[in-house]
Design a binder for this molecule. Structure first.
Ligand code: ADP
Length: 440
């Protein structure tokens, strides 16, 4: 037993003995003992109350001299208090540094709880989206950022791809929005000012669209004169070959301008409406009938599978993939087209037994003007924009393109449409007949 405890027991025993002795001297030994016990009790109670008051006030506990029990207890509490203060100081410094660094970030960071209510945000959030500390704390973020794309982004919970929306500050400002899970019960909303980037890409898109549009008029004039010259038999005899070449090149240029314009339009409008029901099986059958070919075409189409989207885009996807399959595989080989349901949506698949594509070239296929073999591409009339159009048209339908290919064996181009865009009957027909269209 430590000395301090033995001393405490001895001194308490001594006080009780003195009380008992004095009581016995006056003939009331028990009262003497009781008075001594009460004295000891109130003494300790007084000390406990003083300690409780000191702890409650947050002041530091004073350690008395000596090494009695109370001195040891108070010294222990004092040591704990010093340690806690040190930790608090370190934590406060750390928090200050975190706050300073988060305030010096160029991006807005907003901490949300799982109900998407604002908990904290940095200085950039005030600048980029105009959040205000007093006004906006505990508000739902979609009360402040009300753009429908952002509301849908929060609702759908697909946070892996950032979205770009107009800033609530207006003035033609744009922000990219990303959400990441930062803990069990919080999320970080990262908002980046992309006004400059968006303006530049819009300028590029507008430039390409305007240039393509403007170039069509002189090209039409040139093509007109070319046709007139080709019709003249005297000129034709002398200039036959150059005229044919000029005609082919002017057609190629026309196709390039049309495809550049189509691409700019697809880029300008990133989401396809879901109001139309596209009968994809019929689109494929029409494309097979339109694209005359010396190939054997096999089709396997689910006629009860419809797509919520836009006809021109889907027609362009089907014709681009099918005409590629025809241009890059030998006559007489098999081309198979299928449209079917998969576990996660609808799949349109175009397979050929053609020349195939090298593994390194596959990731570059959807780049503008990319052609595996530039010389050969020109022979086939290709301009290298078809698959870029396919990619953008699919993206507008929340769909993706995957390519599998083996040199000399053939290629498989597969479009994956999400379940939300697949229906089992045409909505328009179902509505007209009072029936219901069922989503898968
Ligand atoms: P292009 O108008 O040149 O066909 P695309 O963007 O449609 O442009 O295709 C880009 C390139 O991808 C083509 O030049 C071709 O080299 C290659 N490619 C596309 N589809 C196929 C296919 N089915 N088989 C082999 N190569 C293909």
């Amino acid at each position: 037993m430590p000395n301090s405890f033995r001393n405490a027991l001895l001194s308490s025993g001594f006080v009780l003995l003195v009380g008992l002795a004095i009581g016995a001297y006056f003939g009331f030994a028990v009262y003497g003992l009781l008075i001594a016990m009460s004295g000891l009790f109130f003494l300790q109670l007084g000390r406990v109350l003083r300690l409780e008051k000191t702890l409650h006030s947050g002041r530091r506990v004073a350690v008395p001299d000596g090494d009695g029990v109370w001195a040891r207890v108070l010294a222990g509490i004092h040591r704990q208090q010093v340690r806690v203060r040190k930790h608090k100081g370190r934590y406060r410094r750390l928090m200050k540094e975190v706050r300073q660094s988060s305030n010096s970030l160029p991006d807005a960071i907003v901490v949300l709880n799982l109900d998407h209510e604002i908990q904290r945000f940095n200085k950039a959030a005030e600048r980029i989206v105009g959040l205000q500390k007093r006004r906006d704390r505990d508000q739902r973020i979609d009360n402040l950022l009300r753009h429908p794309d952002f509301v849908a982004f929060l609702r759908d919970g697909k946070f892996d791809v950032p979205i770009i929306i107009p800033s609530p500050k207006g003035e033609d400002c744009w922000i990219s929005v990303q959400l990441v899970n930062s803990g069990q019960d919080s999320r970080l909303l990262i908002l980046r000012d992309v006004t400059e980037r968006t303006r530049l890409s819009r300028m590029r898109r507008d430039f390409v669209a305007n240039a393509s549009h403007e170039l069509r008029t002189p090209l039409t004039v040139i093509s007109g004169y070319l046709e007139a010259m080709e019709a003249d038999s005297m000129l034709r005899d002398e200039w036959g070959k150059p005229l044919d070449e000029m005609h082919t090149q002017s057609q190629r240029m026309r196709r390039m301008l049309d495809e550049l314009l189509a691409l700019s339009q697809l880029e300008a409008n990133t989401q396809a409406s879901m109001e139309q029901t596209v009968d994809l099986a019929t689109v494929v059958r029409d494309a097979v009938a339109m694209l005359e070919t010396a190939h054997t075409v096999s089709i396997d189409l689910d006629d009860n599978l419809f797509l919520l989207g836009e006809y021109p885009d889907i027609t362009s996807v089907v014709t681009n993939l099918m005409s590629n399959a025809m241009r890059y595989s030998a006559a007489g080989t098999m081309i198979s087209v299928s449209w079917s349901m998969t576990s996660d949506g609808g799949a349109l698949c175009v397979c050929d037994e053609g020349e195939g594509i090298a593994e390194d070239d596959i990731p570059r296929l959807t780049e503008r003007f990319f052609r595996v073999n530039r010389g050969r591409g020109r022979d086939t009339g290709g301009v290298g924009l078809g698959l870029a159009i396919v990619k953008h048209a699919l993206a507008r339908h929340d769909a993706t393109l995957s390519v599998e290919s083996e040199l000399g064996v053939g290629s498989k181009f597969q479009c994956h449409f999400p379940m939300e865009r697949i229906v089992s009957s045409p909505v328009a027909v179902a509505e007209a007949s009072g029936g219901a269209s069922s989503h898968f």
